[in-house]
Design a protein around this ligand. Structure first.
Ligand code: 5AD
Ligand code: SF4
Length: 446
């Protein structure tokens, strides 16, 4: 017999970037307020929410095939409600309802706080689509209604905090300006208020989020000032931010990072491609030389910095010699993390009108070369830390190993520490004793 008092169960599946991850966490908190429990088993779920990504074709297709499969669960449980949120929802809107009869709710990227209304509507059997943009004034004041914020819990050592939404760069390959809208910077008083609340609720680390964080500009405050103001908050131990754009990076920002103990020595600075002709076709606005100059200054001022980047291989007309320039940038910058992608044409973007003429086999082969170079550089970076004493912020219990906690160094390298007494949120000094396949192992120092 089903328990009449049992709470309804929700399942959230997230695709894509950290902004989507952040939105999913917000929706999780809203669902908790609505009385939901959570499950990972679709057969147990009363509500399934797919937070979608459309930055490349593969994750977009995944949403449609997943919805199709979930339809089976709906046959067994007709009360199951299925929602598609995020970038595919923003872009496709009601076309999703027309195409997928299983879907009850389509909600765009600015609509997450309307989830309770949309759910109430779906429970009455009415399908709903909401993809309107939040009015600009409301966005600049606050991305999150203050009354909602008070309920939110910080789970884990690190908390995300959105400072900008959208992007005005219009890189020729990128769909983000269409799915997340034009750039809006949130008022800085609001950001500081949220940061203080997150620290009060237990966050040791704050991760400032935005598609292009360093283009932040609100009420005469630029990114550098905002970064310093958050970094100065009492009780905060670490500050990170992602992603900045090379165009808006400056030596002053490097100096600020180098000089402030709370700002982590790690930076995700996407360069996308090495050759200037390709960078121009991508409308990136920076050259290879400008990028490498920024990297050189970062390394000079912050010698132990952990750099990471995004790379696209096989952009239209990319030659082997041009691809070699991407490899060259990797060799010089020595990234400790690389996110590499095969170019994927996106509808409505400027690059979509160019012939997608690098054959799939060549794209795959270039991707493999990027990944294998990345692996060998990362191996050297990990080995170089052996014997070093590094500060680690503990963020979770090892999923498989009893008594082992894991965390990150300031430069964002993952470390496993064999010490059952450690708690999530502890910031500890660790001696690196061994290298694992993709991480480090360390011994807790007193
Ligand atoms: N094809 C391949 N990769 C893409 N990215 C964005 N758009 C595309 C596309 N059309 C990559 C970029 C970006 C990251 C988030 O996704 O490298 O920085
Ligand atoms: Fe897309 Fe370029 Fe904006 Fe990044 S900076 S979100 S790649 S348009």
């Amino acid at each position: 017999m089903p328990d009449a008092n049992a709470k309804p169960k929700a399942l959230i599946e997230t695709f894509g970037c950290q902004m989507n991850e952040h939105d999913s966490q917000r929706m999780r908190e809203i669902l908790l307020q609505e009385g939901y429990d959570f499950t990972r088993a679709p057969e147990e779920a009363d509500f399934i929410l797919l937070n979608s990504c459309s930055v490349r074709e593969a994750p977009e297709n995944k949403i449609y095939s997943m919805v199709g499969r979930l339809g089976e669960f709906k046959k067994k449980n007709p009360k199951l409600i299925i929602a598609v949120a995020g970038c595919v929802a923003q872009q496709e809107g009601k076309r999703i309802l027309q195409r997928q009869k299983e879907v009850d709710i389509v909600m765009g990227t600015d609509q997450i706080f309307h989830l309770p209304e949309l759910l109430a509507q779906a429970r009455q059997g009415k399908r709903a689509v909401r993809t309107a943009w939040m009015p600009r004034e409301q966005k600049t004041q606050n991305f999150i209604p203050t009354e909602e914020l008070a309920h939110f819990e910080v789970r884990g050592a690190s908390a995300g905090l959105a400072i900008t939404k959208g992007c005005d760069n219009f890189c020729s390959f990128c769909i983000v300006p269409a799915t997340r809208g034009r750039l809006v910077s949130r008022e800085w008083e609001n950001i500081l208020a949220e940061a203080k609340l997150l620290i009060e609720k237990g966050a040791k680390e704050i991760l400032l989020l935005g598609q292009n964080v360093n283009s932040y500009q609100a009420g005469g405050v630029n990114f550098a000032r905002l970064l310093k103001a958050v970094a100065d908050l009492k009780g905060l131990r670490r500050l990170r931010f992602t992603s900045p754009h090379p165009n808006d990076w400056s030596p002053a920002l490097t100096d600020l990072m180098a000089g402030h103990p709370m700002i982590c020595p790690s930076l995700h600075l996407p360069f996308q491609a090495g050759a200037d002709r390709i960078l121009q076709k991508m409308r990136r606005g920076h050259s290879q030389a400008q990028y490498l100059e920024q990297v050189a200054y970062l390394k000079e001022k912050i010698p132990h910095i952990g750099l990471s980047s995004d790379i696209i291989v096989g952009f239209p007309s990319e030659t082997e010699a041009e691809f070699q320039e991407t490899i060259q940038v990797m060799r010089q910058a020595r990234f400790s993390q690389v996110y590499a992608f095969k170019y994927s044409p996106r509808p409505g973007t400027k690059a979509d009108s160019l012939p997608d003429d690098v054959p799939p086999r060549v794209k795959q082969e270039r991707l493999s070369r990027v990944l294998s170079l990345f692996e060998s550089i990362r191996e050297e970076i990990l080995l170089a830390t052996l014997g070093q004493k590094l500060e680690v912020l503990i963020d979770q219990a090892h999923p498989k190993e009893q008594g082992v906690m894991t965390g990150r160094t300031g430069s964002h390298l993952p470390v496993a520490v064999l010490s059952p007494e450690l708690r999530i949120g502890d910031l500890v000094l660790v001696e690196i004793t061994a290298k694992r396949a993709h991480s480090l192992e360390g011994r807790l120092l007193a």
